[in-house]
Design a protein around this ligand. Sequence first.
Ligand code: ZN
Length: 207
Amino acid sequence: MIIRNVWCVGRNYADHAKELGNTIPQTPMIFLKAGSSCSVNSTEIILPWWTEEVHHEVEIALKFSQYMTIVEGALALDLTERKLQNEAKKAGAPWTLSKSFDGACAVSSFFSIRKLEEFGDHRLRLWVNDELRQDGRTSQMLFGFEKLIEYIKNHFPVCAGDLILTGTPAGVGPLKDGNHVKVELENELRHQWKVSKEKAPTVKDGA
Ligand code: ZN
């Protein structure tokens, strides 16, 4: 099933909103990543050559079935070019460049979900080179899974195969060429990636 849209929620963990100096939203703050920015079940992350400061944000991804129910989940990295995002925020400009570049949504393999309530207090963690960077629990989400699903279905043209990225806990930080990233969702899933950076295109002298 093709991923057409990735509906993301920003600032859904209060401690992460705080670390970036953001206020806590009263309604879910939704933004999009292009479905074509996703890589699914790959073990490689390739950062575009023009990026300077790409941050990891580990999130639980929920996938819509053809019946618009959630029967599968994954862990995803909402990769974010933080420098460009901060500039866009200041300018009141959209986040597309910082959030939706080629490969900006790294998704693990999928696991099946029978009941969403079972994921109400799961621990999600991210390590870079075996150093724990992000450690949160789904019970810390400001808007829970059911609320997010309802809000997104009520406001947007959701398609089968679309993902919801449900927000990231505190501890986001930059990824560098050669890093190993590991993520884990309590008892459900583990995934890892090796990070590399694309070489800048060489400028040839006009002959
Ligand atoms: Zn995010």
